[in-house]
Design a protein around this ligand. Structure first.
Ligand code: RB5
Length: 141
C-alpha cells in the first residue's frame, strides 16, 4: 500500500511522526509537505494529496492541519475523494468499513499523538465492507 501524506504548519509535527509510524509498519509513504512549521496554506497540500489518490499513484491519503477541518473541507471538494475527519479509532474504522474513506484528516492541535497514531493504525488496516455501503456510495457520484 502507498499513502500520500500532507500537512500545513499546524499539522507538520504530527505528519513527521505519522510518516515514521507508517514506515515502521512497512507502508510506502509519499510526503508532499509541508516541510517546516513556517505558515503555509492548507488547500495546497490537500490538492497535492488528493491528486495522488485520484491518479492512482497512491492508494490513500492522510492530511493533517490544526483542527483537521480545513483539510477535510478542501479534500472533499475533489471528485472521487471521500475524506473523513476522525478523532478516535471507532470513527476511523467505520470511515473505512462503511464509507470507503480514501483520505483521513486529523487535527494536530486537538489530538494527543498516541490517539492520532492509534487512528492511523486502525484506518490503514481496515477494509471497506462493500455490499449495501457500495450502493450508498454510488448515490454520491
Ligand atoms: C492554521 O492556523 C489553521 O487554520 C489550520 O491548520 C487548520 O486548522 C484549518 O482548518
Amino acid at each position: 500500500m502507498k499513502i500520500a501524506v500532507g500537512s500545513d504548519h499546524g499539522g507538520f509535527e504530527y505528519k513527521e511522526q505519522i510518516v515514521r509510524f507508517l514506515a515502521d509498519l512497512g507502508v510506502e509513504v509519499e510526503d508532499v509537505g509541508c516541510h517546516s512549521t513556517e505558515s503555509v496554506d492548507y488547500p495546497r497540500f490537500a490538492d497535492l494529496v488528493c491528486a495522488r489518490v485520484q491518479s492512482g499513484a497512491c492508494d490513500r491519503g492522510i492530511l493533517i492541519c490544526g483542527t483537521g477541518i480545513g483539510m477535510s473541507i478542501a479534500a472533499n471538494r475533489h471528485r472521487d475523494i471521500r475524506a473523513a475527519l476522525c478523532h478516535e479509532a471507532y470513527t476511523a474504522r467505520m470511515s473505512r468499513e462503511h464509507n470507503n474513506a480514501n483520505v483521513l484528516c486529523l487535527g494536530g492541535r486537538v489530538l494527543g499523538i498516541e490517539v492520532a497514531l492509534d487512528i492511523v493504525g486502525v484506518w490503514i488496516e481496515t477494509e471497506f465492507a462493500g455490499g449495501r455501503h457500495q450502493r450508498r456510495l454510488d448515490m454520491l457520484s
